[in-house]
Design a protein around this ligand. Structure first.
Ligand SMILES: Cc1cc2nc3c(=O)[nH]c(=O)nc-3n(C[C@H](O)[C@H](O)[C@H](O)COP(=O)(O)OP(=O)(O)OC[C@H]3O[C@@H](n4cnc5c(N)ncnc54)[C@H](O)[C@@H]3O)c2cc1C
Ligand code: SF4
Length: 333
């Protein structure tokens, strides 16, 4: 590993100031992704600014009945928080479906959102990769792309975003709070990550030195239920091949409120807005769920080896929505 400087941030203003003065510096959360990438030589920061001890470790109710989660809260803490389990079950389930207990104990909310793709070429500095070295090429398109994107990819990159938590947050309409030397801003989680286009080296819309301070969940939609489902190659300790999070309210057999997001299909958590629109006011049947999801997935452009993700995601979403209409579905509120 290349030598680097290490600073512990004492307050957010100092943290963003340090980053703004050093173009090759990075924030350090739990380090479970960044330090691995540094060992591989993928990330080579001159300085790490440890933000894990900043005072963003609270989970607190908001005035409007929502929940504010500090960026340094650990994944394991959030997963078992009683309010999250009861009112935002999709979030708890997504967190518990990610990584291992040991990793979840270290991983932070901010770091989880900004973890980088698991594309094997990205992680191998001996290979070209447009995300790691712009303009060098994308060997994944014709090579190993079984785990990679079927939605929103470009000629330049077909990577997927690996976070389970981000998919649930996107379906729950969560917002991200950030601070930089320019001031503060808030944006929807669904708009945090970027599709690759011709600049796949930029994973998110955040600028260098912009610090995530919190994630905020709106109050749960009245009478709705949420859940997360993940398909993976092993029962635990594996990234998603496809995943889905949904929040659904059905009254008298009709869909009155629906939010749906897919994971592992694109470079961002994929909010299924076409499917949501197709479902609103329609009967809550397996058939109409299937039709709506087909409408969403019609935009998919699979490569040679990843077309299986389309029927897999369809089955996951239809089963999830169907379960949420049942009497015994998890996450009633
Ligand atoms: C073996 C293994 C299996 C895994 N399986 C899964 C899985 O199934 N599902 C899943 O979702 N994840 C999985 N993970 C990934 C794990 O969840 C992430 O590594 C972790 O969530 C990252 O959080 P962190 O705090 O350690 O981030 P770090 O590694 O510290 O940082 C990650 C990135 O976020 C930036 N950053 C950190 N905090 C902030 C902040 N507050 N503001 C701005 N930038 C910040 C860092 O600069 C860095 O770029 C796995 C990891 C491993 C090693
Ligand atoms: S898919 Fe993206 S991350 Fe993977 S090799 Fe191509 S450019 Fe790199």
């Amino acid at each position: 590993m290349k030598p680097f400087r290490y600073e512990t941030a004492t307050d957010p203003a100092a943290a963003v100031d340090l980053l703004s003065r050093e173009p090759r510096a990075a924030f350090l959360g739990g380090g479970t992704n960044l330090v691995d990438l540094m060992k591989l030589g993928v990330e080579v920061p001159e300085m790490l600014v440890d933000v894990s001890r900043l005072p963003f470790d609270e989970i607190a109710g908001t005035d409007d009945g929502g929940l504010r989660v500090g960026a340094t809260v650990r994944n394991s803490t959030l997963a078992v928080h009683p309010v999250v389990r009861e009112r935002y079950p999709a979030l708890s389930q997504a967190l518990l479906a990610g990584a291992s207990p040991q990793l979840r104990n270290l991983a932070t909310i901010g770091g989880n959102l900004l973890q980088r793709t698991r594309c094997t070429y990205f992680q191998d500095v001996g290979k070209p990769c447009n995300k790691r070295r712009p303009g060098s090429g994308c060997p994944a398109r014709s090579g190993v792309h079984r785990d990679l994107a079927v939605l929103g990819a470009s000629q330049h990159c077909v990577a997927t975003h690996p976070s389970d938590m981000a998919v649930a947050l996107a379906a729950l309409d969560a917002r991200v709070h950030c601070v930089s030397v320019e001031g503060t801003r808030t944006l929807p989680v669904a708009e945090l990550h970027r599709l690759p286009g011709d600049a796949p080296d930029r994973d998110t819309v955040l600028e260098h030195g912009e610090l995530i301070t919190a994630v905020e969940l709106p109050p749960p939609a009245q009478g709705a239920r949420s859940a997360y489902r993940k398909a993976r190659e092993r029962a635990s300790y594996a990234f998603a091949l496809a995943s889905a999070a949904a929040d659904l309210r059905v009254t008298d057999g009709t869909v009155e409120h629906v939010r749906l997001a897919f994971g592992a299909l694109a470079a961002k958590p994929w909010r299924a807005r076409a499917a949501e629109e197709a479902l609103l006011g329609r009967p809550a049947t397996e058939e109409s769920f299937g039709r709506a999801v087909d409408q969403e997935l019609a935009a998919a452009e699979p490569l040679r080896d990843n077309g299986y993700k389309i029927p897999l995601a369809r089955r996951l979403a239809v089963a999830l929505l169907t379960d949420l209409t049942g009497d015994h579905a998890g996450g009633a509120r």
